[in-house]
Write a new protein. Structure first.
Length: 133
């Protein structure tokens, strides 16, 4: 992920902080995994993930999201939708998003993901293709 913006009150603001960090992987067997995070999320005082304070957990939950599932393409090979099978935000599990809710557009080595959150905020995320080694 090279950038992520959310439109609030008609103006773009960073969706995952000043240092967005993320990865989106599509597999040949029609599955995906997407991790989006704020590179400035503070570390927990404890080294135990399950021992975070309420404040640490609230910050981590609000600044990071991960999900996986399956995706579909149409007869021309264009992205046509996805189904969330697992997520760090449990309310998304089972959601099916079509092109109406989620658009993926490829421009050379970049892909732009656009979607609208349930509250109406518009999110735009740009990914850069990683070259195979």
């Amino acid at each position: 992920m090279v950038s992520a913006e959310i439109e609030r009150d008609g103006r773009p603001v960073p969706a995952y902080g000043a240092r967005p960090n993320g990865l989106l992987v599509f597999t040949a067997d029609m599955h995906y995994i997407e991790i989006l995070s704020d590179g400035d999320t503070p570390r927990f005082a404890s080294e135990e993930r399950g021992q975070g304070t309420d404040e640490e957990n609230r910050i981590a939950m609000s600044r990071n999201i991960g999900m996986f599932g399956s995706y579909t393409v149409d007869e021309s090979g264009e992205f046509s939708g996805n189904r969330v099978e697992g997520a760090t935000f449990p309310n998304w599990i089972g959601n099916v998003r079509t092109r109406n809710e989620l658009q993926m557009t490829v421009f050379g080595d970049r892909m732009v993901e656009r979607f609208t959150r349930p509250g109406g905020a518009k999110v735009t995320i740009i990914f850069q293709r990683v070259k195979a080694h």
